[in-house]
Design a protein around this ligand. Sequence first.
Ligand code: ZN
Length: 219
Amino acid sequence: MWVTLFVTIFWCAVVFGGKYLYRSWRRKYYLLPAHSVNEIANVDYYRQLSNAQFESLVLATLKERGYTLLGEPWLGRTKEQGYAWRKGKKSVICYRLTRPLNEQQLVEISKKAHLVQAHSVLVLSPLAQVPKSAPIGLKILGGNKLVRWFSVLDMVPPVATHGVEEKCECGSLLKERVSRAGQPLLVCSMYPDCRVMRQPAEPAAPTLRIEPGSNALIA
Ligand SMILES: [Zn+2]
């Protein structure tokens, strides 16, 4: 009787204690600044980028993944369509940063790609939910798939997107970095002498980003 009780309590302690330790380790791990894009574990990060920032990451990833860029690979942007070329196949790229893609849009993308004689289209959608089925030739990269696609960028530092300026308790400036969870993170500029690290205070109201001249496919 006592032995059973003891064994039960022991295993409860192991299981719950283990979970607690794992969770607190995880919290600490993801709060650390990411030194390069491949350390960012959350697709939400990519939605905070501007189109230009996102595109430069995409181009760097294509090169890392062995594509040769022939002109501008963005579908339908330039009069003469460019391609991302690999192993004799021509791909074009299409993305939507903030809004989800629907199936009708995928059909339109497929038609356009057919017109420019691309073999395949990479459709990038930095949201957790992406359409499950796609027309033939479309490869949808969203959620964790997109995080893995960008994971070849092990030398590219993430860009801070919020532009916040706050002071540390020690009087020095806090520098903006990006955490591994993809969130803005303020790190004291006197690091490692001062180890203050915190998330910036929430802005008073969300600001709407409007970029002139962006076409309908680029959200
Ligand atoms: Zn400090």
